[in-house]
Ligand binder design. Structure first.
Ligand SMILES: [Mn+2]
Length: 279
C-alpha cells in the first residue's frame, strides 16, 4: 500500500469530509532580537518575512487549519514585539491554529507562552501544554489532533512513545517535535523518534518539527513529514525554506504539496518531496 493511501476498511466505504492543512515548524522567531550593533536587523527582518510568507501561502491556498510543530520562538526571552508580531500573523490567517511547543519554546517553568496572552490577539489559536499528551478537536472540521509538548530541556523526551490510538473523529493527526532516527539518519543526541514509535500509530498524518530540512519519512504505511524551517538555510534543495500544504481527501488519501517561500522556486508535488536520507 502506498504511503498516504487508504488506511482501513472504514475509509474504503465511507467518504470523509475533506479539508486542507498548513504545516510549518522551526520558525525560530526572535533569534535575532537582541543585538545593539544593528548587525542582525536584516536577519531579523528576513526571519519575520519568511513567517509572513508562510501565512500568505495558507491564505492563498485557503487552508482550513494551521499547525506549527515546535520551535516557533527561538527562546523565552524574545522581545514582546516579536510575540505580538507572531500572534498578529496567526490572526491574519483566520483559521484554527495549533502551536505544539518544541525544545526551544517549551512549556512549564519560564515558558515563552506565559509571557503574554497570544490568544487575545489570535483568538483561534490553541497552544498545547501537556507533556503527557492531549487531544485537540476542531469545530467545523472532522479532525482530532494529538500532541505532546516539550518541557524545559529533557533529553529523554520522545514525542510519540505510547501515543494513543485514533479516536472517533473521521480524521486523526499527530504533531511532534523531535529527531527521527533511523540507521541512515546519523546519531543525534536527543528527542528521538524511532520507526517503532510509528508502527503502532494509525493516524492519517504526522506533522513533524525539529529537523530543518523538508522531508517525508518512510515509516511503513504512515505518512509523516517534516515541514522544514521557513528560513531555509538548512535546505537540502539549496534554496530558501518551504511550507507544506496537506490535503485530506474525500476517499481517505492524504497528499502533500511543497510550497517555496522564495519567488522563482518551484512547487513540488507529493512524490517529488524527498525522503529523509541522513544528515
Ligand atoms: Mn527543535
Amino acid at each position: 500500500m502506498p504511503c498516504g493511501g487508504p488506511r482501513d476498511d472504514r475509509t474504503m466505504t465511507e467518504a470523509r469530509r475533506p479539508f486542507r492543512l498548513l504545516h510549518t515548524s522551526d520558525v525560530h522567531l526572535g533569534t535575532f532580537d537582541f543585538d545593539r550593533s544593528g548587525r542582525w536587523d536584516e536577519r531579523r527582518e528576513q526571519s519575520e518575512d519568511r513567517f509572513r510568507r508562510v501565512v500568505d501561502v495558507g491564505i492563498a491556498e485557503r487552508v482550513d487549519v494551521f499547525v506549527i510543530a515546535g520551535d516557533f520562538f527561538d527562546n523565552a526571552r524574545v522581545s514582546e514585539e516579536t510575540l505580538r508580531f507572531a500572534a498578529e500573523q496567526i490572526a491574519r490567517i483566520e483559521v484554527p491554529t495549533v502551536i505544539v511547543p518544541g525544545n526551544h519554546d517549551h512549556v512549564g517553568k519560564n515558558s515563552v507562552y506565559d509571557r503574554i496572552d497570544l490568544t487575545s490577539i489570535a483568538p483561534k489559536l490553541t497552544i498545547t501544554r501537556s507533556v503527557e499528551g492531549e487531544t485537540v478537536a476542531f469545530e467545523g472540521l472532522d479532525l482530532e489532533l494529538w500532541a505532546r509538548s516539550h518541557l524545559e530541556h529533557d533529553p529523554d523526551f520522545s514525542p510519540f512513545i505510547d501515543a494513543p490510538g485514533r479516536g472517533d473523529a473521521p480524521w486523526h493527526i499527530a504533531v511532534g517535535h523531535g529527531h527521527y532516527w533511523h540507521p541512515r539518519s546519523g546519531d543525534h543526541p536527543s528527542f528521538h523518534i524511532r520507526e517503532e514509535h510509528f508502527t503502532s500509530l494509525d493516524y492519517d498524518y504526522v506533522a513533524l518539527g525539529h529537523w530543518e530540512q523538508q522531508t517525508r519519512i518512510a515509516a511503513g504505511d504512515l505518512l509523516a513529514a517534516y515541514s522544514g524551517a521557513p528560513d531555509g538555510h538548512a535546505s537540502i534543495l539549496g534554496e530558501s525554506g518551504r511550507v507544506l500544504v496537506v490535503d485530506f481527501q474525500r476517499e481517505g488519501t492524504v497528499r502533500l504539496t511543497s510550497h517555496p517561500l522564495d519567488e522563482g522556486a518551484r512547487i513540488l508535488s507529493h512524490d517529488e518531496i524527498p525522503f529523509l536520507q541522513g544528515s
